[in-house]
Ligand binder design. Structure first.
Ligand SMILES: NC(=O)c1ccc[n+]([C@@H]2O[C@H](COP(=O)([O-])OP(=O)(O)OC[C@H]3O[C@@H](n4cnc5c(N)ncnc54)[C@H](OP(=O)(O)O)[C@@H]3O)[C@@H](O)[C@H]2O)c1
Length: 277
């Protein structure tokens, strides 16, 4: 296959991408994937040192990156970051909402009753995953609209969205809402502002990250009972590795996906397709 043809489908040269949570296990790999496809990448996280480290990896590989501190639950901070990116690169083409995850207080202990669910922890995990997706979408979406209605938003969902995970009520509910918001915003943006604006989501399967490592792996790296159950229900027979996400992300962001809007793509080694029988 010729290189110009591939570039016409997947090339991101000249584009500016923003990755919230771009210093995390999956966010950093997605940011690197976008950079390798030609995009300049702004990394957003609360802790600037983490964002700087992720940006440094991209720069060391010959890419262009910018690190910014912002809390995705705080509209003023996201707007400040948006202004800084526009001042630096004068455009924003891609937003990846990767900031998110579960929180220790929002996970029920293995033997706990659902009546012990902490509503405040539930609220906090919804705030991070749902409101933390909505606010950047509004802020960076406004910049895309102001620039003539060109842009792509990618939300990061989870296997928990379609079938809730045991012990993870708030996270499951929040990610289900992220799927719903993806479809709603896809339709609203495209109908109101034209076909240059698209919103899709990626639903990663089970990847080892800092948040779920102790749930899935023991201190010696062996599988916990929960980790073994995940592997037993994953036809690929393994956990995902962050680089598994790059190809799907680049496809959804690229010009070849111009007619793909409002979908949630699982990247899960077959987990969501398998009934277990
Ligand atoms: N790992 C998995 O197996 C898996 C599976 C399915 C879906 N996901 C989803 O994939 C996304 C990334 O997961 P991950 O495993 O890469 O997470 P991670 O390694 O814990 O990274 C989380 C990232 O989000 C940032 N962040 C957290 N809270 C933030 C806030 N309030 N404002 C701005 N940034 C914030 C963190 O940086 P700071 O702490 O410096 O802010 C970090 O960059 C999440 O949405 C998660 O739910 C993960």
């Amino acid at each position: 296959m010729s290189e110009p043809f591939l570039r016409s489908l997947f090339g991101l040269e000249g584009k500016v991408a923003v990755v919230t949570g771009g210093s995390g296990a999956l966010g950093a790999a997605m940011a690197q994937g976008l950079a390798r496809a030609g995009a300049r990448v702004a990394i957003l996280a609360r802790r600037l040192e983490g964002a700087n480290a992720a940006a440094a990896v991209i720069k060391a590989a010959g890419g262009d990156a910018l690190a910014l501190s912002a809390d995705v639950r705080d509209r003023a901070q996201v707007e400040y970051a948006c202004t800084a990116i526009l001042q630096h690169w004068e455009r924003i083409d891609i937003l990846v909402n990767a900031a998110g995850g579960n929180m220790p207080g929002a996970i029920l202990a293995p033997d706990a009753s659902l009546l012990e669910l902490d509503p405040e922890a539930f609220r906090a995990v919804v705030d991070l995953n749902l409101i933390g997706t909505l606010l950047p979408s509004l802020v960076f979406g406004a910049a895309m609209i102001a620039a003539g209605g060109q842009g792509v938003i990618i939300n990061i969902s989870s296997m928990a969205a379609q079938r809730p995970l045991t012990r993870a009520a708030g996270y499951s509910a929040a990610k289900a809402a992220v799927d719903n918001l993806t479809r709603w915003m896809a339709v609203e943006l495209e109908r109101r502002y034209g076909p240059g604006l698209r919103v899709n989501a990626i639903a990663p399967g089970f990847f080892i990250g800092e948040q779920n490592r102790s749930l899935l792996l023991g201190p010696d790296g062996s599988l916990t009972p929960r980790g073994a159950s995940v592997i037993a229900h994953t036809p690929a027979g393994r956990f995902g590795v962050p680089d598994d996400l790059a190809a799907t992300l680049i496809w959804l962001c690229g010009p070849g996906a111009a007619f793909v809007n409002g979908v949630v793509v699982p990247v899960d080694g077959g987990f969501s397709a398998w009934s277990g029988v």
